[in-house]
Design a binder for this molecule. Structure first.
Ligand SMILES: *Cc1c(COP(=O)(O)O)cnc(C)c1O
Length: 939
């Protein structure tokens, strides 16, 4: 018995419910289920599953006390390091009502736009904010961080431009981590990076693109215009890293002809968090609109002709597939993008400009006192100071006064001011330079003449009451986990417990700069080390890196490790990556980005890897074989029995095995990829390990590797302790500030709790398969007739016979108060259902009853009682407004919105979608990706 009460809070079914579930699926106990479902070749005994290395489970208050002790080992000094990370004042109304509000943080990617209008509107505000401030026409929402945004800008310039040159010019003054990620991404793609001081003119020879940054790492405001003009004359395209706060004062690159802009929105209210998560941004000129990677929110109309939002150009998501792969972005940084957008709404354009002027005034006061020692006269917030031979002394004096500055080299220190800087800070830092404040007016750097953020979204919510109600109004339009189960297969929408979440906004975790001295960050580093150890125990690997900030980035980091391993052994010819046809789209995209050639392996009828085809492909590519990438359990939701043989065959041919561990919720405590044949895996902490999805991000995608791949794990130019592997993310430990969530989950569950969670998730998935199998055929089961942690319901036959589409079923579920399962992945025309261990039997039963009722509705269409083009399924979802309009449908208003009858006391809360079925095609033909003018809302 576990000493902690937490597993019983986290796991939905109690022991009575579990008995009921086990009875229905026909097994006697969870252990019997383990033996029945998981192949014996990989199943670990309960007492020898690696989890013995985890500490015994503790209760919520005890875990919080341990986290408090870790937090207390961090020192939150005033940070003036800059380099893309600035302290910021998060308005409390936004902190509590977005970051600390489950209505926002437990939502998923808005795949069902009709029940996601709130966060889609917030993201449209984000896109508008970025477009306006950079002067570009189209911005996405959002990028994983500034450095990966710069790397995506690089490949975008190459795709969009006409030059055939493989050369990219990167200005010397971009942030070191930005350069490092660009170099990582460039190498496998054959792009040659030339670092050059572009202010002295562009280099000789051909190049396809130029990347620069303003203000630069040194604080210098670059002459962007002349670089853009010079590059365009030479047939190259230009991407500019731009600080959004500075853009309130400076002419934005979009007005100077830039092809793309990239950067971070961190300083718009998003806490430092030891490096992340923060929303990066990427914006492009409209002529490159169809080249922009990642999620793009667009405006369209619903079935009643009303304005509605949805993800635009969804087909671009397919560009992440196989040979068309351009980018592997899947999870973004939605929660942080929402926060940054609301920060802009709360301050408005004048407020943002006032903040920028204040920051610049502090920097100017500081620079004036140092006179000739200041290196660049044109600065915004960051001042580079010459201190010949004295850098260490100045740094130490500042530190003694409680300030962290940035030591550039022996002779230079840079000091970055931010929203929180006061005149007292200026005086205190000057003292470290043996200088005193002088009276001086700020230098005049303002040359922006264009207006920005003129839309009402940036003017209507300036009081706390107005903002509070706006956030509530938006959140109420969406289904998040605080309203209903979200049975999205492969997404693992489980409980994000409050005790797991609580510590992430403590200043001792949230106000740490990623490049703060190691002595200041002892607590978070200890937490990271413990978490790595625990993930080693859970996965059976030897080493773990927490740097990748999404599953896709983990895939990329893992495949690069494989590639670099082969290169280190002189096996440069090993470039073929085998990927089964059913793989997640990011798999192939990551392989292409890692410079590998994708060869598809067929699936059997059963969904398993076709081992005959695999053997053929291995034989055919034996000399070039780099790796196989398999998902386990498979994306079809089954445990393949031959996984050991598959791994063995690849190893024998000299290849490495990548096991996609995004579905680790079916394995924790039962089997370890590091022990059954994997060389490397990524995990999705935002799936299996309780980091909330935030409406489509943030995420963490750590990788585990066997020891031979450890030398190739991610490194970082400013964190020597990580070794010198490729830099994957901007921050050394990725999205470090959300790691306490996973830490707390493992700490409170312990070995027994984790194993029980896995088995409960499997039991519940098999229960759903048993209950719904008669209404909707279950597409795949393993050799033993069992599914793993999710099941695929086949709607194709039903659609063919009745004309009712998969969309009709998904949208109709909203009328019943549920979020739809994953649609058409990995097989078109199917629904993939994943209940997770957190959903109670009551909730699962209600979902099953809704699905069974929908099946009965389909039968009424099939029997001709309702026409195919006018029935409650095709009409779904139904809004309150549509009820009061003229009603001439062959089904009643009651059937439309209360299909299971009027609720009696205690019944499921009614969800009222805010729009009808959205016309996606209309929106793609008429692409609008920023806030529509207010007249668009008029009747
Ligand atoms: C979710 C998922 C991924 C991608 O993870 P992201 O964090 O969204 O990048 C990869 N593989 C599988 C099987 C997944 O389910």
């Amino acid at each position: 018995m576990s000493a902690s009460n937490f597993p019983a809070r986290h796991i939905g079914p109690d022991s009575g419910d579990l008995d009921q579930i086990l009875r229905v699926i026909g097994v006697d106990s969870l252990d019997d289920l383990a033996r029945a479902a998981v192949p014996s070749a990989i199943l670990d005994p309960a007492d020898d599953n690696g989890l013995g290395a985890l500490p015994a489970a503790i209760d919520e208050h005890e875990a919080l006390a341990e986290l408090r002790a870790l937090a207390d080992r961090n020192t939150v000094d005033r940070t003036m390091i800059g380099l893309g990370y600035y302290d910021t004042l998060t308005p409390p109304v936004l902190l509590r009502n977005i970051i600390e509000n489950p209505a926002w943080y437990t939502a998923y990617t808005p795949y069902q736009p009709e029940i996601s209008q709130g966060r889609l509107e917030a993201l449209l505000n984000f896109q508008t904010m970025v477009s306006d401030l950079t002067g570009m026409e189209i911005a996405n929402s959002s990028m994983l961080d500034e450095a990966t945004a710069a790397a995506e800008a690089m490949t975008l310039l190459r795709r969009a431009g006409k030059s055939t040159s493989p050369r990219l010019i990167v200005d010397r003054d971009v942030f070191p981590q930005t350069l490092a990620v660009i170099e990582t991404r460039a190498e496998p793609l054959g792009i040659e990076v030339l670092v050059h001081d572009v202010t002295t003119g562009l280099p000789e020879g051909e190049f396809f693109g130029v990347i620069l940054q303003t203000p630069g790492a040194s604080g210098r405001i670059a002459d962007v215009q002349s670089v853009i003009d010079g590059a365009h004359e030479r047939g190259a395209l230009v991407a500019v890293g731009a600080d959004l706060l500075a853009m309130t004062l400076l002419t934005p690159p979009g007005e100077q002809g830039a092809d793309a802009c990239f950067g971070t929105t961190q300083r718009f209210g998003v806490p430092l968090g030891f490096g992340g998560p923060h929303a990066g941004y990427l914006a492009v000129h409209s002529k490159h609109a169809r080249q922009i990677p990642g999620r793009l929110v667009g405006v369209s109309v619903d079935a009643d002709g009303n304005l509605a939002y949805r993800l635009a150009l969804q087909t671009r998501e397919q560009h992440i597939r196989r040979e068309k792969a351009t980018s592997n972005i899947c999870t973004a940084q939605v929660l942080l993008a929402v926060l940054a957008a609301m920060y802009a709404s709360y301050h408005g354009p004048e407020g943002l400009k006032a903040i920028a002027l204040r920051v610049h005034a502090r920097a100017s006061e500081f620079a004036a006192a140092l006179g000739d020692a200041v290196v660049h006269a044109d600065f915004f917030d960051t001042v580079l100071v010459q201190v010949p031979g004295r850098a260490d002394d100045v740094l130490a004096a500042a530190k003694a006064a409680g300030y962290n500055l940035w030591r550039v080299d022996d002779d230079h220190i840079s000091v970055a001011f931010d929203e929180t800087s006061t005149p007292a800070d200026v005086a205190a830092v000057l003292a470290a330079f043996d200088a005193k404040p002088v009276n001086a007016a700020p230098s005049d750097i303002e040359n922006r003449t264009s207006e920005f953020l003129t839309h009402p979204a940036f003017h209507a919510y300036r009081t706390e009451t107005a903002m509070l109600r706006y956030l509530r109004k938006l959140a109420d339009k969406d289904i998040a986990l605080d309203r209903s189960m979200i049975p999205l297969g492969s997404c693992t929408m489980k409980l994000n417990a409050t005790a797991e979440m609580e510590s992430i906004t403590w200043p001792e975790f949230s106000r740490l700069h990623p490049f703060a001295p190691a002595a200041d960050t002892e607590g978070i580093r200890a937490l990271i080390a413990q978490l790595e150890e625990w993930l080693v125990a859970i996965t059976g690997y030897d080493n773990v890196s927490l740097q990748p900030n999404a599953g896709s980035q983990g895939e990329y980091a893992g495949l690069l490790a494989i590639r670099n391993y082969h290169l280190s052994r002189g096996d440069a010819h090993r470039t073929v990556c085998l990927i089964p046809s059913s793989a997640h789209g990011t798999n192939a995209a990551s392989a292409v980005m890692a410079g590998l050639k994708v060869v598809v392996v067929a699936s059997r009828e059963s969904g398993d890897v076709d081992t005959a085809d695999l053997k053929e492909k291995i034989a055919k590519h034996a000399d070039e074989l780099a790796a196989i990438m398999i998902t386990y359990p498979s994306t079809h939701g089954v445990y393949e029995h031959e996984v050991r043989e598959i791994c063995g065959a690849v190893h024998e041919a000299g290849g490495q095995v990548y096991v996609d561990g995004a579905n680790m919720n079916a394995l924790v405590g039962l089997a370890r990829p590091g022990k059954f044949g994997g060389d490397v895996s990524h995990l999705n902490l935002h799936k299996t390990f309780c980091i909330p999805h935030g409406g489509g991000g943030p995420g963490v995608g750590p990788i585990g590797v066997r020891s031979h791949l450890a030398p190739f794990l991610p490194g970082h130019p400013l964190e020597p302790s990580l070794g010198n592997g490729p830099t994957i993310s901007a921050a050394p430990f990725g999205s470090a500030s959300i790691l306490p969530i996973t830490w707390a989950y493992i700490r409170m569950m312990g070995a027994d709790g984790l194993r029980r969670a896995t088995l409960t998730a499997i039991a519940s998935a098999n229960y759903i398969a048993a209950r719904l199998g008669e209404s909707f055929p279950v597409l795949y089961t393993g050799e033993n007739g069992r599914v793993a942690h999710e099941c695929i319901l086949d709607v194709r036959g039903i659609s063919k016979e009745t004309g009712v589409s998969i969309d009709d079923v998904a949208k109709r579920l909203a009328d019943y108060g549920f979020h739809a399962p994953t649609m058409s992945f990995p097989v078109a025309g199917t629904l993939m259902v994943e209940p997770t261990e957190s959903e109670s039997l009551g909730e699962i039963d209600e979902f099953c009853e809704a699905m069974i009722a929908i099946r009965a509705e389909i039968d009424r269409v099939a029997s001709g009682e309702w026409p195919v083009d006018d029935n409650p399924l095709r009409g779904a979802p139904h809004t309150a407004e549509c009820l009061v309009a003229e009603w001439d449908h062959p089904y009643s208003r009651e059937v439309a919105v209360y299909p299971q009858g009027l609720p009696s006391g205690g019944a499921r809360a009614k969800v009222w979608p805010s729009v009808r079925r959205i016309d996606g095609v209309y929106g793609d033909r008429n692409l609008v990706c920023s806030c529509p003018p207010i007249e668009a809302f008029a009747e």
